[in-house]
Design a binder for this molecule. Sequence first.
Ligand SMILES: CC(C)(COP(=O)(O)OP(=O)(O)OC[C@H]1O[C@@H](n2cnc3c(N)ncnc32)[C@H](O)[C@@H]1OP(=O)(O)O)[C@@H](O)C(=O)NCCC(=O)NCCS
Length: 195
Amino acid sequence: MALFRTINSPEPLPPIVGDGVVLRTPQMSDHAAWAAVREASRAFLTPWEPIWPADDLTRGAFRLRMRRYAEDLRTDQAYPFFLFRQEDNALVGGLALANVRRGVAQAGSLGYWVGAPYVRMGYMSAAVRALVPAAFDLLRLHRVEAACIPTNIASIRLLEKSGFRREGYARSYLCINGLWQDHLLYARLRTDPNS
Ligand SMILES: CC(C)(COP(=O)(O)OP(=O)(O)OC[C@H]1O[C@@H](n2cnc3c(N)ncnc32)[C@H](O)[C@@H]1OP(=O)(O)O)[C@@H](O)C(=O)NCCC(=O)NCCS
């Protein structure tokens, strides 16, 4: 894992390198690869995500997404990444530390997705393994949270094998695929043992 930025640095985030994967801040030039993998994965991803706007995959919507990401980074609100397979630089997914709360919380929420052609190849496990230490050491978070729908077996397995502990159950927690859905709540603390 290599990441050399500290919070409030004016430089863009350098890539984080994990086991066979690279996490990099999204760029406008990623649009074609991102839109292709999202379109190919629409049926796989939509049950687990907020409803996609009709124009979501267009270049114009992606440009607005890039502006939002830049603003989130500038204001220390969220840290978005696209996930690339190291051997051929294929864009295989994305993840983000969002809703960063400073002050007495020092917490952020982890979200992630992998394209349908790339599932169960260990890419997201490698990405989370690389990102969590950066969240603690460089972004100075105390707590990384994650939440998933109780039927999302892949997400539960990913979190539990990545050292996240189940802390609770939140009713109608997030509006996913157009429905307010209950979620399992997980977290990993800076002080938890490495897994
Ligand atoms: C959750 C998700 C990101 C996992 O990504 P991934 O790259 O396939 O995960 P990994 O290959 O690193 O696998 C992680 C663990 O989950 C297991 N797993 C993955 N998919 C699984 C499935 N469909 N059923 C059962 N276990 C599964 C893997 O076997 C692995 O466990 P293991 O090491 O004990 O074998 C991916 O399934 C996804 O994008 N799902 C749709 C979007 C989503 O659910 N987002 C999260 C919302 S909370």
